[in-house]
Design a protein around this ligand. Structure first.
Ligand SMILES: Cc1cc2nc3c(=O)[nH]c(=O)nc-3n(C[C@H](O)[C@H](O)[C@H](O)COP(=O)(O)OP(=O)(O)OC[C@H]3O[C@@H](n4cnc5c(N)ncnc54)[C@H](O)[C@@H]3O)c2cc1C
Length: 529
């Protein structure tokens, strides 16, 4: 993946997509596959905002059944089924447990009804994706760390999981391969005129601070929370903040869906790269509050919620990392800003200010592909084209061409010969898909690259070099937060940052002054001493 800011000025684009989260990535990818001349710009790093701060679930959203949001659940489950097929490296099944306690907000019958409806809406023929009931002993075998006092049994059901930042990156790469001009650290400053045929748009390179004008016939704003900062989109959205804590290993292959005793809200404990994601909070967020802060009360809320279920309580000292993201909701027409965030629909809408300027409001990572296909349909219609959606059922850009299981076995055997441990191999296959051969090539010339970066996490040194060299890394924190989520999954020291920056100098071309700058920037952003 190559970054080329100058190339933006060399074309008249059919479509400019502003915002490189999941919505921008799917929109640019679909439009480029349909033959449109597309530019995708992102003011920071790909997935630098909410699209790397999600719960990383590809799910129907069991809890939305409570709000009778059947349409959204069905749509999301359809996407889940498809993504599991077309992106087996990027989206993998994950089973969830729901304990039933005598004092629980949901009783066994309610859960049975909800899960039966969920399976029905998914219409998945695979029995491995259907729910099951477990008596207390069986449930405890699945989740031995969960408290058994008043436990009456529990259910397990299937959903799916991903690495959100890498999902976005793979789609941006797909868009670039399909001909789109994709530039990160490029900010849209203003629309300079409003000619209905061709917009001129001022953009700035956030690295050199150079500005230039680019031209596009259609513009789509997939700017997430940025929609709340500007007219006319400000009036269409409502924001909420969601915090996750990264906690020590609790479970390996199964997650938990639980309800917080304080307010009855659903929250999750999810295994991810060997650690546990605990989240999320869901509190009103004011667009003028910057930066997004994780407050003491967010941490207390999540720890208290989890500790209600754990045999061994977690304390603040157990918190390894944290991250926060902003959800954008369509603002309800009737009752602006008085509705609690948890009760607002997660569904998505496209609003158009003019026939050539569009805004994507709300949504989910899970359903972003389908939503983006409607964006591109609208754009095509305005351009007088009738090309159909190109992403439905299409294999992912980095999906192996062979059967996934046999491909995984062949790659695992090669990885073992190269000295990569089994856990690192499992995750590397998911993270890199068929690009894993790039890692193998590097290890073949330097065996030390098969070693873990830090002992507690399943990432190897070859990934640092490979991602730095090929995945449009601009800053050190792009590499350590999104190409690899090290900064949230462990506490890196200043020394470690320095060593990592040094180890990728060949790949990045950073001289010693730039290395220092990058280490300083990363240390400041992540409060590392
Ligand atoms: C806590 C939390 C948990 C969630 N969990 C899940 C989940 O498990 N599963 C699921 O399906 N969904 C989940 N969601 C929802 C999902 O994460 C969001 O719907 C999705 O990430 C929104 O993507 P986006 O592309 O619209 O916005 P973003 O990811 O925020 O992207 C918008 C981008 O636009 C860029 N931008 C803004 N202004 C400009 C400008 N002027 N020029 C250039 N670029 C600009 C920003 O830098 C940003 O990167 C969760 C959301 C939250 C908050």
């Amino acid at each position: 993946m190559k970054r080329d800011f100058a190339a933006l000025g060399q074309h008249h684009f059919d479509l400019l997509v502003c915002g490189g989260g999941i919505y921008g990535a799917w929109t640019a990818y679909d439009a480029a596959l349909r033959g449109l001349n597309v530019a995708l710009i992102e003011q920071a790093d790909w997935a630098g905002a909410t699209s790397s701060a999600s719960s990383k679930l590809i799910h129907g959203g069991l809890r939305y059944l409570e709000n009778y949001d059947f349409k959204l659940v069905r749509k999301s489950l359809r996407e889940r089924t498809m993504l599991l097929q077309v992106a087996p490296h990027r989206v993998w099944p994950l089973r969830f447990g729901i304990p039933v306690y005598a004092t629980h907000r949901f009783n066994r019958l309610q859960l049975k009804l909800g899960l039966t409806a969920y399976d029905f809406l998914a219409s998945d023929a695979d029995p491995a994706m259907h729910h099951q009931y477990h008596n207390p002993d069986q449930f405890t075998q699945h989740f031995p760390f969960v408290t058994t006092a008043m436990l009456k049994g529990g259910f397990t059901y299937a959903d799916a999981q991903t690495d959100d930042a890498r999902l976005v990156l793979e789609l941006v790469d797909g868009a670039q391969q399909a001909g789109a001009c994709c530039v990160n650290y490029c900010q849209l400053l203003s629309l300079q005129d409003n000619s209905p045929e061709l917009h001129s748009i001022a953009v700035q390179d956030r690295i050199s601070l150079a500005t230039q004008t680019i031209y596009a016939r259609q513009i789509v704003f997939t700017t997430g929370q940025g929609l709340a900062d500007s007219e006319p989109s400000r009036d269409w959205c409502q924001l909420s903040k969601g915090v996750h804590l990264v906690m020590p290993t609790a479970m390996h292959d199964e997650a938990l869906l639980l309800t917080a005793p304080a307010d009855g809200r659903v929250f999750f404990m999810i295994p991810w790269y060997g650690m546990t994601l605990l989240g999320t909070t869901d509190t009103d967020f004011d667009a003028d509050t910057q930066p997004i802060r994780i407050e003491s009360r967010d941490i207390d809320y999540l720890l208290e919620a989890a500790n209600a279920y754990l045999k061994h309580r977690w304390t603040r000292g157990d918190v390894i990392g944290s991250f926060a993201g902003i959800r954008v909701f369509k603002r309800p027409a009737q009752t602006p800003s008085t509705v609690s965030p948890s009760a607002l629909s997660r569904d998505w809408e496209l609003k158009s200010a003019t026939p050539s300027v569009h805004y994507a409001i709300g949504g989910k990572i899970t359903s972003a592909r389908e939503d983006a296909s409607h964006i591109v349909d609208t754009v095509c219609q305005q351009l007088g084209l009738s090309t159909p959606c190109a992403t439905n059922g299409r294999s992912f850009p980095w999906a192996p061409r062979d059967n996934f299981t046999s491909w995984s076995m062949t790659m695992s055997a090669q990885a073992q010969q190269l000295g990569i441990d089994t856990e690192c191999t499992k995750w590397a296959l998911r993270r890199h898909g068929d690009r894993i051969s790039g890692l193998f090539d590097r290890i073949a010339t330097d065996a030390s690259l098969a070693q873990r970066i830090v002992p507690s996490l399943p990432f190897i040194r070859a990934e640092l070099v490979h991602c730095a060299a090929t995945e449009m890394v601009v800053h050190l924190d792009d590499l350590l937060r999104r190409r690899l989520p090290l900064l949230i999954l462990t506490r890196l020291s200043h020394d470690q940052l320095q060593r990592i920056a040094l180890s990728v100098t060949h790949a990045t071309g950073w001289d010693s002054a730039r290395q220092l700058q990058e280490v300083d920037r990363c240390a400041k952003l992540w409060n590392i001493r």
